[in-house]
Design a protein around this ligand. Structure first.
Ligand code: XUL
Length: 530
């Protein structure tokens, strides 16, 4: 049996997998808010941070880790687990002193993790991916390496507030003594792997790429980026290694306290997005995963370290080898819900009725579908902006607006994913809105690629379990084919007659976007907010 753990923003999920059968035999989760109310973090982070700060308490993650093993141990004989791998919310950082490894090596199984490890924390709380406090540090780092283009070329992303390098710099500037006392700089993923393995763990290529510190082409820390971030940082960085490398056997704490086998091995953890990519059964270039959530994301495998010339997308290491590009559009469900509410529609009207009734208007009207600030493209276009027939622009035809909104969302994605390489051959669609056949049909038509729907509850934890199985010697692709479900709805073929319609709409969409972004007061300038 293998165990996959996902330490996400709001919870930890554990899946035990039987890799011979390709089946999940046990599942547990711990919700930080509901199960650990003493941390007063109902959504997994400390509310009310000043100046864009969003932090979480690493002791909460440690308590949750003890709790999830205790829960698993009640329903499952943990001594059967031979390999553990995992994933963590990306970008979050944990700062530890020189005693960290000695503490890990001598944990008392009669006492919990949090109290024993906390004395090694040199920064009491951990900035997480929702933190936007580091705009100044982003600018400083970019300037020191010759600008955002150069930073993006080297690391796969422009300087981004939530990325770890700018967060480390802010710590160095604000608490020099705490920074000086830091000996081990960890991500959430590598921190949890360290605690399981009983020694400071390496950081994997998948998660390391979310730090603005990794040389993406060489998969090594980039000395120029590291030096531009904070003095003496290189000595504090763990080594960087391929995802799912085995780092050793589990530490005695887990054997004595939770009944794990002394022979159980631990593989390195990765970020939740790279793990989700694996858990959704994706892998090959040519496939795109589109996840429709609060924000919409598009992932694609790429085999060389190409980067987004406009700086909106990110590139991470792909646990299956090569690279993984990611585009995040903030106005996903946020925008769909805003339009639904504005016209008092329900999802039925939104999906089938409006789209069926307006088939003849495919690609005819344009909407820049931004109801609030956006990150792809970056800025506030002050939208939504409508261009098209009088009936459409007047706001009297909600059905036309629904079509234009969805077309606009996927034209925007198609436009901003062009740098990722050849057009999509197949799209794997997931997330709440993906169950709607009408929405899935628009995705197929706009991208001119067949769409398959995916079951994705627990995709990161499933990816983690699959990576544990791979670390134990199982074939990753074979297991993905067995475990990753694709039967949520019928496969949807694109209407090939619409190819020229959407090619033309894409050109007009780009032009409208450029015009709008050139208008004074409409863009947020060159902020690196990501
Ligand atoms: C990705 C990102 C989030 C976190 C939390 O860049 O910031 O998706 O990984 O899930």
């Amino acid at each position: 049996m293998v165990l996959g753990l996902d330490v996400s923003t709001q919870s930890i999920t554990a899946l035990v997998m039987d890799p011979e059968r390709g089946s999940i035999v046990d599942r547990e989760s711990v919700s930080f808010g509901a199960d650990l109310p003493q941390y007063q973090a109902p959504h997994g982070f400390i509310a009310g941070g000043a100046a864009g700060e969003v932090h979480a308490d690493p002791r909460m993650w440690l308590d949750a880790l003890d709790l999830i093993f205790a829960r698993l141990g009640r329903s499952f004989d943990l001594s059967q687990v031979t390999m553990i791998a995992g994933s963590g919310q990306q970008h979050g950082s944990v700062y530890l002193d020189a005693d960290f490894e000695a503490r890990l090596a001598s944990l008392d199984p009669a006492a919990g993790l949090a109290a024993q490890i906390a004395p090694s924390l040199t920064r009491r709380t951990s900035p997480i991916w929702m933190d936007t406090s580091t705009t100044a540090e982003c600018r400083e780092i970019a300037a020191a390496v010759g600008g955002d283009d150069e930073l993006c070329r080297r690391s796969g992303s422009v300087a981004v507030e939530r990325f770890t390098g700018p967060q480390i710099r802010r710590f160095w500037k604000g608490d020099g003594a705490g920074y000086a006392a830091t000996r081990h700089m960890h991500l959430v993923s590598s921190f949890i792997a360290s605690v399981l393995a009983g020694r400071s763990a390496p950081i994997d290529f998948g998660d390391a790429a979310g730090m603005n510190l990794l040389d993406l082409a060489a998969f090594e820390w980039d000395p120029r980026l590291v030096d531009a971030t904070a003095p003496g940082l290189m000595e504090k960085m763990p080594p960087v290694m391929p995802t799912a490398t085995v780092i050793g056997v589990i530490s005695p704490y887990w054997v004595e306290r939770h009944g794990c086998s002394a022979a159980c091995r631990c593989a390195m953890f990765t970020g939740d997005n790279p793990a989700s990519w694996i858990g959704m059964g994706a892998g090959r270039p040519g496939e795109r995963v589109i996840s429709l959530g609060t924000s919409d994301t598009l992932f694609a495998a790429i085999d060389e370290p190409r980067t987004d010339p406009q700086g909106f997308g990110h590139v991470f290491g792909n646990p299956a080898g090569g690279y993984l590009s990611l585009l995040c559009v903030r106005n996903g469900s946020l925008a769909r819900e805003a339009l639904r509410d504005r016209h008092e529609l329900d999802w039925q009207a939104f999906d089938r009725e409006a789209l069926d009734r307006t088939r003849d208007a495919a690609g005819a009207n344009l909407m820049l579908p931004f109801f609030g600030p956006e990150i792809t493209p970056r800025g506030d276009v002050g939208g939504p902006i409508l261009r098209g027939s009088a009936a459409f622009e007047s706001g009297g035809r909600p059905d036309l607006e629904v079509r234009a909104l969805l077309e606009g969302q996927f034209l925007n994605m198609r436009l901003h994913a062009q740098w990722m390489g050849p057009a999509a051959e197949r799209i794997l669609l997931t997330g709440g809105a993906s169950a709607n056949d009408g929405i899935a049909g628009i995705v197929a038509d706009v991208f001119q690629a067949p769409v398959e729907r995916l079951e994705t509850g627990d995709s990161a934890a499933l990816g983690a379990a699959l990576l544990a199985a791979a670390a134990a010697g199982h074939d990753l692709g074979g297991l993905q084919a067995k475990c990753c479900r694709r039967d949520v709805g019928p496969r949807i073929e694109p209407d090939r007659s619409l190819a020229p319609v959407y090619d033309d709409a894409l050109v007009r969409f780009r032009r409208l976007l450029e015009e709008t972004r050139d208008m004074p007061g409409k863009t947020a300038g060159q902020s690196a907010a990501g």
